[in-house]
Design a binder for this molecule. Sequence first.
Ligand SMILES: *Cc1c(COP(=O)(O)O)cnc(C)c1O
Length: 453
Amino acid sequence: MSDFTTEILRDYDRRFVWHPFTQMRDWEAEEQIVITRGEGAWLIDSDGKRYLDGVAAIWTNVHGHCRREINDAIKVQVDRLEHSTLLGLASEQPAILAKRLIDIAPEGLSRVFYSDNGSTAMEIAIKMAFQYWIHKGKPEKNRFISFRNAYHGDTIGAVSVGGIDLFHEVFRPLLFPTIQAPSPYCYRCELSTERCSDRCDRQCLAKLEEILQLHAHEAAAVVIEPLLQGAGGMIVQPQGFLRRVRELCDQHGVLLIADEVAVGFGRTGTMFASQQEGVTPDIMALSKGITAGYLPLAATVTTEEVYAAFLGEYRELKTFFHGHTFTGNPIACAAAIASLDLFDSDSLLESLALKIEYLRERAQAMLQLPHVGDVRHCGMVAGIELVRDKDSREPYHWEERVGVNVCMEARKHGLFLRPLGNVIVVFPPLASSLDELRFLMDGIEKSIVAVTA
Ligand SMILES: *Cc1c(COP(=O)(O)O)cnc(C)c1O
């Protein structure tokens, strides 16, 4: 056990750690929970109190915390090799993992480029698409089409293709300009005054088509989070949206970059979200779930067509000049392989159907509550959007921090949650049991009722 008491740990954290996406003045003023252990779907703090991990360690956890099989795989690998490099050397674990990833990836993807987080996986996707068109003799195809409310990471290139003003506006002068298509945010559609309904004629797709007609000649790629925009507020796309985006990209000769950083590895019910619509992207970015939440690792996966465009004589300088120090780290790759083994031995994807149905029912039932305006659900994710007024869909003012207040209330019910503005996020470890999901949804419901009363 640690010699550091909760008080000492809180003190060190308050004095020395700068937390991400956090107003540190508020942070310093509050008493913080210090997590020291994890067990299955649960996080345990320095005083032994347990919290159900409702955000799956920021959307990464798959098989639960401290799963023995992954712990063991990491221990074995540590005693063999901690790291070498993929710059000039092949390496055992990255080679095995690449084969395993291609086996399960959407049909037609065949090459794996490693890095170590979701933002770098997207930077790589962007640079790869950009350079691809140079090698194809069309250097003018150098712009990117992205969606409003998109989130692709926090590095400068990834922020450039992002579309969340609250996070991104301050950095605008540093960003490269993109062509923005409307977000398929049915509850707050920017194109139609018609309330989201089955009669919707998908003006967002018509708008994208118009953009492609105008800009395809200068566009390298369309960048999308397949099936759902995560950090934008768990915005679930209408069925067929992704498939249509793929068709439009094909018609207009533009690459499709699928950011599966949040939705990859089972989150939406299939191994990859693109597979639900029978779509193969030209480039696919993977990270969060890849090591089941254990270690930083990412992969940018592409087709033979894109890969082959970079082949040539050395002096032609067709090389992809990009690489990170910890690219393809063997311990991280060993964890990823162990995670894929568990998908098989636990029949994890097969086991999800019941739990997905339960989450859907419970989330849908919350629409009865007076301040729940919209409920969005996709696989093992749900977003519950709170509004001041249901009829007018008037949101709570962001300064009221209603989402934060609900999540703080939820701690009393043994839950750890993190909201996205007024959207309560439901993103538990995939391996959570039905009982744990019941505990989670009961606590969320009580917390929403208490805070919005
Ligand atoms: C989290 C996320 C990223 C960025 O990943 P990091 O590892 O935080 O850099 C990119 N895209 C999506 C869809 C994400 O959810």
